[in-house]
Design a protein around this ligand. Structure first.
Ligand code: SAM
Ligand code: SF4
Length: 335
């Protein structure tokens, strides 16, 4: 095995540098959002799930390979026992510039301040509607007011650039996009609208019927807001606009109407330890086996990660009109 220099960058066949890792630390969740899960989800047995120590080891290996940003997600990351300690440990990895989290907000009321102290730089909070009944219908179990209190707690804790993520579904919440932007502006936070992706077979929800494109959202917003295209690129799939006269930015994540794969800088680690090279393909490498079969062997782990770059696909193959070819749900993947 060759000796690796300390900051070997992760580069794929298409010259894309991978410097961003998203980790799903649990497949479990207190919500059952209809686009993400079935109502009667079965979750993974514990033995199949990475331990917190294994997740930390993997995060460290990626950081040593040049990854600068790690997003902790799930499932709902904050329902995993020990999540805070894990965040504290990852937050202490020197070479990392950004530790961020995506959450449904249900635990933020009590955890926001501790997350800030743990070194989490930014929080993305999912919020599809401001109507309590609709919120219950979309999340199946969620309580809107608790999430709103969580957003306030994140503001009070001093988080900057808090961002709301809203998946827009025709006839469910598409008529609320203006209200959601108004909410973001009033609270001095950002918002991204997401086109639904066909991950996993979900019951009682037709994805093709619910499709509402980013262009339609932009047209709806243009009636009330002056959106100024922002040159800012975060290296991610969002296209950003600034709401004139405010601090807030509006992003659009449009996997169907606008392909963003050519600038992809990220890979994902599932809670089972599978390194997924693309959200919309099944190309993956089992890192759990590598660490369980070779405990303590960082060189072997890092070489496996470097070699995995060779199978990063060029682009996703989403087609909302067909049965999903990706049978993995978003909670496994770490959206
Ligand atoms: N539970 C946390 C949350 O909801 O923010 C983190 C995990 S969740 C899987 C991450 C993001 O993925 C959320 O913003 C959610 O709305 C989004 N998401 C889930 N399923 C999706 C799908 N099928 N298409 C597009 N976005 C999806
Ligand atoms: Fe849970 Fe997030 Fe999936 Fe909703 S989107 S079910 S909150 S993991």
């Amino acid at each position: 095995m060759t000796h690796l220099p300390p900051s070997t960058p992760l580069i794929d066949r298409f010259g894309r540098i991978v410097n961003y890792l998203r980790i799903s630390i649990t497949d479990r969740c207190d919500f059952r959002c209809l686009y993400c899960m079935t109502e009667d989800m079965t979750f993974l047995p514990r033995a199949q799930v990475l331990t917190l120590e294994e997740i930390y080891t993997l995060a460290k290996a990626f950081a040593e390979l040049g990854v600068k940003k790690i997003r902790i997600t799930g499932g709902e990351p904050l329902v995993r026992k020990g999540a805070l300690e894990l965040l504290q440990n990852i937050g202490r990895i020197d070479s990392l510039s950004e530790l961020v989290i995506t959450t449904n907000g249900s635990q933020l009321e009590t955890m926001a301040a501790s997350l800030q102290q743990a070194g989490v730089k930014r929080v993305n909070i999912s919020l599809d509607t401001l109507d309590a009944d609709k919120f219950k219908a979309i999340t199946r179990t969620g309580d809107l007011h608790r999430v709103l209190r969580g957003i306030q707690a994140a503001k009070t804790a001093g988080f900057k650039r808090i961002k709301i993520n809203a998946v827009v579904l025709k006839d469910r919440n598409h008529m609320e996009v203006n209200d959601l932007v108004r909410f973001a502006v009033d609270n001095g936070i950002d918002i991204s609208f997401i086109e639904e992706m066909p991950l996993g077979v979900v019951n009682r929800h037709n994805r093709a019927d619910a499709y509402y494109s980013s262009d339609l959202i932009k047209a709806d917003l243009a009636r009330n807001f002056d959106l100024v295209a922002s040159p800012e690129k975060t290296g991610g799939p969002s296209n950003y606009f600034t709401v004139a006269g405010s601090q807030s930015r509006v992003g659009f994540i449009s996997p169907h109407s606008e392909n963003f794969c050519s600038t992809c800088n990220r890979v994902r680690l599932t809670v089972e330890g599978r390194l997924l090279l693309c959200l919309g393909n099944e190309h993956s490498v089992d890192l759990k086996q590598v660490i369980r079969n070779n405990p303590g062997d960082m060189t072997m782990l890092k070489q496996t990660i470097i070699d995995a770059m060779a199978i990063k696909p060029e682009k996703h193959e989403f087609n909302i009109h067909e049965q999903p070819v990706i049978l993995r749900y978003m909670n496994m993947t770490g959206g």
